[in-house]
Design a protein around this ligand. Structure first.
Ligand SMILES: [Zn+2]
Length: 121
C-alpha cells in the first residue's frame, strides 16, 4: 500500500511515511519540516553577499542617493555647496544622504586645502 507525500508528492510505502499535523510526508520532507534550515537560508546568504559585493551595492541606492553618486562620478570630487547647487538639494537633505552613503562605504569626505570634499569610496 502506497501513500503520497503531502509536500513532494513522492509515493511512499505506508509503513515508511511520517505523519505531522494530520498530513503524511516522506522521510526527507518530514525531516525538513521538523528542522527548517535557518542557518543556511538561501535568501539571507544571497542578500549578505549582494551587500558585500562592491558594485552591486549601488543597485540598492535610492534614486536620490544614485544622483549624488552619479554627480561625484562625473566630477571626481565636490564640496557640499557644489553638490547642493548641482543637485538642487538643501544642506540638510545632502547631509542625511551622506550619512547613509558613508555607512554603506559608497562615499567619504576628505579635507583638501581647508575645504571638505566628498569623493567616492
Ligand atoms: Zn516528500
Amino acid at each position: 500500500m502506497f501513500v503520497q507525500c503531502a509536500r513532494c508528492s513522492k509515493e511512499i510505502e505506508k509503513h515508511q511515511c511520517y505523519e505531522h499535523q494530520g498530513k503524511v510526508f516522506c522521510e526527507d520532507c518530514y525531516m525538513d519540516i521538523l528542522s527548517p534550515p535557518k542557518a543556511c537560508d538561501p535568501w539571507a546568504v544571497h542578500s549578505a553577499q549582494t551587500f558585500l559585493k562592491g558594485k552591486d551595492k549601488l543597485a540598492t541606492l535610492t534614486p536620490l542617493q544614485r544622483r549624488i553618486v552619479d554627480c561625484l562620478e562625473k566630477k571626481g570630487e565636490a564640496t557640499l555647496e557644489e553638490l547642493m547647487k548641482n543637485l538642487n538639494l538643501t544642506e540638510e537633505e545632502l547631509r542625511r544622504e551622506f550619512a547613509v552613503l558613508r555607512h554603506m562605504e559608497v562615499l567619504r569626505a576628505t579635507k583638501k586645502e581647508g575645504k571638505i570634499l566628498y569623493i567616492l569610496f
